[in-house]
Design a protein. Structure first.
Length: 203
């Protein structure tokens, strides 16, 4: 966190509080979105719930790095990147499965749940915004939370398209888009924390 005018100990305390807050938000939303996604038969919601689970795990990893040296923080960020990439691959597998077996998504439940997730991730992003140019583990947390907000908006749009077209394909497309965002975010985190790369990529 830059520009706060506080000492190292206070910065670490602020980082820990922020990470604890977003950890609990994502843990609760993982359960909520997972249950409602199953009831709605929505690949987009189920994918997003798994993303929430990955985020909660990543925040826990970042918490373990607070107060540690730079190498430990970069290692924690790299673990989060691998977790994001792995999750993205699992999401793609679920989309393929639904494409073969078919699904019957409930449009109004998709939209309502996606809106709730959008509010939750927007709150997380606001908490993490002051840390977007901070140390590696906080920067990583900000990157995939930003992607989550985009993903939530995409699922919300998919629910609307399911309603308008009476087709399950928009829901599957949302799953593909979420997996692409997750993999891209994880790859960006890994690229920023390569051992031989001392420059932070800002885009």
């Amino acid at each position: 966190m830059s520009g706060c005018g506080c000492g190292p100990d206070e910065k670490e305390l602020i980082s820990r509080r922020v990470l604890l807050s977003v950890f609990w938000i994502n843990s609760i939303m993982f359960l909520t979105e997972g249950i409602l996604g199953w009831l709605a038969d929505s690949s987009g919601l189920l994918a997003d719930s798994l993303d929430m689970l990955a985020d909660a795990a990543v925040y826990a990893i970042a918490l373990s790095a607070v107060g540690k040296n730079l190498q430990r923080k970069k290692r924690a960020a790299s673990v989060s990147g691998y977790l994001q990439v792995g999750l993205g691959v699992l999401v793609l597998a679920d989309v393929v499965r639904k494409l073969i077996t078919g699904s019957d998504p409930v449009d109004w439940l998709i939209m309502g749940t996606a809106f709730l997730a959008l509010v939750a991730n927007s709150a997380c992003l606001m908490l993490l915004n002051p840390h977007q140019k901070g140390e590696a583990h906080m920067r990583a947390s900000w990157i995939f939370t930003k992607n989550d907000v985009i993903a939530n908006a995409g699922v919300l749009l998919a629910g609307l398209l399911v309603l308008l077209t009476d087709s399950f394909l928009p829901d599957l497309m949302a799953g593909v888009c979420i997996s692409a965002l997750v993999i891209r975010g994880g790859w960006q985190i890994l690229r920023e924390n390569e051992p031989k790369d001392n420059l932070n990529v800002t885009k």
